[in-house]
Design a protein around this ligand. Structure first.
Ligand code: PPS
Ligand code: ADP
Length: 186
């Protein structure tokens, strides 16, 4: 008699965390990743900074380069998510059409996709200024900073909006966790 071995296929999903520099995207992604992997889920964080070192090396912050960068990450996230990984993507993705193209890629492949807007106001982000970019822009050492002198097109209907300025990191990560749970993805 042939034995059929049961394989457990976990549900993958892409969770795209969009928002301004210093909004809290990366912090929330790693907090959530820790919780999910402790529970045995397969998780990858696709950080914009890291992707820019290799896969998007040579790309800058023009509209065209940001679009290319976001599409590459969207391709990679979809690939991972289709194979059972929770792909957490803390990437600014400032343009609505770029984000929509990523959503469409996922829809076509029937890959679960959640858009989370980390909606920290620019006034709060510029005080946090984790990487000193807001100070550099104010000092005239940098131009084209998202949300200051470069566009950020706010998501109109994200799956979740997070007000990180009114929450702890744990509360923000728990809100994304709850969304995954509501959608039957964990
Ligand atoms: N001009 C300008 N505008 C916005 N952000 C800038 C810029 N120059 C450098 N950085 C830093 O680059 C980090 C990665 O950006 P992303 O790849 O997420 O951006 S994008 O989607 O291509 O717009 C981004 O990381 P986060 O701060 O984590 O958002 C910024 O710190
Ligand atoms: N509820 C929250 N969620 C995420 N980050 C928060 C929150 N409250 C305060 N912070 C702080 O805001 C900063 C966000 O930085 P970071 O995650 O690097 O932002 P981004 O990746 O969006 O540029 C961190 O210093 C983090 O500790």
């Amino acid at each position: 008699m042939t034995e059929i071995q049961e394989t457990h296929v976990t549900t993958g999903a892409t969770v795209w965390l969009t928002g301004l520099p210093s909004a809290g995207k990366t912090t929330i992604a790693y907090e959530l990743a820790g919780r999910l992997s402790a529970e045995g889920h397969r998780v990858e964080v696709l950080d914009g900074d890291e992707i820019r070192e290799f896969l998007s090396a040579g790309l800058g912050f023009s509209r065209a380069d940001r679009h290319t960068h976001v599409q590459r990450i969207g391709f990679l996230a979809d690939l991972l998510a289709r194979n059972g990984v929770k792909a957490l993507v803390p990437v600014i993705a400032p343009y609505a059409d770029s984000r929509e193209a990523v959503r469409t890629r996922h829809r076509v492949n029937a890959t679960p996709y959640l858009e989370v807007h980390v909606a920290t106001p620019v006034e709060v982000c510029s005080v946090r200024d984790v990487k000193g970019l807001y100070a550099k822009q104010a000092a005239g050492e940098l131009t084209g900073l998202t949300g200051v002198d470069d566009p950020y097109e706010e998501p109109v209907s994200p799956d979740l909006r997070i007000e990180s300025h009114h929450q702890t990191v744990q509360e923000s990560a728990a809100a994304v966790y709850a969304l995954l749970s509501e959608r039957g993805l964990i």
